[in-house]
Design a protein around this ligand. Structure first.
Ligand SMILES: CC(C)c1ccc(C(=O)O)c(O)c1O
Ligand SMILES: [Fe+2]
Length: 299
């Protein structure tokens, strides 16, 4: 089957947190998301875009990734990816109408990415919020990307590229692959790190102003939020970055700027050597806590 289904964007990321109130305060007041409501099961919805939500926080015993939502360009693209995954023998779980209504989506289904066990949810229509997103201290532009650690990196990368129509933008040899969800132009919406076990690595928010990075550095310091990498500038995507930990120790990144790819005639992916200089132009060194906490919940 030709893999010509088209993604619109990384739709949303659902995270498991161990103290919902504490995390809600962090994601709202320190990160700058707007809380928009709750689902019938008490999950909290947050946004940084005109859409229904960008982040879901779910109360759980262990922190980590609950699922990743992918918005497709059209209903035909959604049917296409569903048929393709079913033809590969991947069990498809439909999202029932009550939950879909809560999430502002329609015709959604979930599937377990067979190598990492991460739940991918595919949908097409995504409700808009009734009011525009009004940034507070940080001019967040969008939910940027999610990075997973994979114990079988080669197989996972192959599945994502050959079966799910992601495209490789760059690789750091033996460390990470940066992938865009075709034809979305952003350098990466999904990153796949080499790891000894499958795990959540980090979630990223793109900001519109370099001052958002500098201001976050001091805001996090004043509020005793651990900064685990940066400020710095990533050679692969050219973005300036700051990584810090949420109250459960999940890693969150702010970044400013990112290379964009044309749909046709993109440059080929590069392979950068596995050296500190491939992670940061400015000489920052990641703390061991970066990208360490966070399991992957299975479907
Ligand atoms: C340190 C990590 C995994 C990393 C490296 C490079 C980029 C980038 O080029 O944007 C990232 O976003 C990362 O998270
Ligand atoms: Fe990142």
């Amino acid at each position: 089957m030709a893999l010509d289904f088209r993604y619109r964007r990384l739709g949303y990321v659902a995270l498991n947190v161990t103290d919902l109130d504490r995390s809600a305060r962090f994601y709202e007041s320190l990160l700058g998301l707007q809380q928009t409501g709750e689902t019938g099961t008490g999950e909290r919805l947050f946004r940084c875009s005109p859409r229904h939500h960008d982040i879901i926080l779910h109360q759980a015993h262990e922190p980590g990734l609950r699922r990743v939502g992918w918005q497709m360009e059209s209903v035909e693209d959604l049917h296409h990816v569903r048929r393709h995954l079913a033809s590969l023998g991947c069990p498809i779980q439909e999202v029932d109408s009550e939950e879909s209504a809560d999430l502002g989506i329609r015709d959604a289904f979930r599937v377990s990415e067979p190598n990492t066990g991460a739940t991918f949810e595919y949908f097409h229509s995504f409700e808009e919020a009734d009011r525009p997103f009004t940034p507070t201290h940080t001019k967040i532009e969008r939910l940027g990307h999610v990075v997973l650690g994979a114990s079988d990196h080669a197989r996972t990368e192959q599945f994502l590229l050959e079966q799910l129509n992601f495209r490789a933008s760059d690789r750091i040899e033996g460390a990470i692959t940066f992938m865009r969800c075709f034809p979305n132009p952003l350098h990466h919406s999904l990153g796949l790190a080499h790891a000894s076990a499958n795990h959540f690595h980090h979630v990223n928010f793109m900001v519109t102003d370099v001052d958002d990075i500098g201001k976050a550095f001091w805001r996090m310091k004043k509020n005793d939020v651990p900064i685990v990498f940066g400020p710095g500038r990533h050679p692969p995507s050219e973005s300036m970055f700051l990584y810090f930990l949420d109250p459960d120790g999940l890693t969150v990144e702010y970044s400013f700027g990112m290379e964009e790819f044309p749909e046709t005639g993109p440059r080929p992916p590069r392979t950068l050597p596995r050296t500190p200089a491939s992670m940061d132009y400015w000489g920052a060194v990641p703390e061991p806590r970066m990208g360490r906490i966070g399991g992957i919940e299975s479907l």
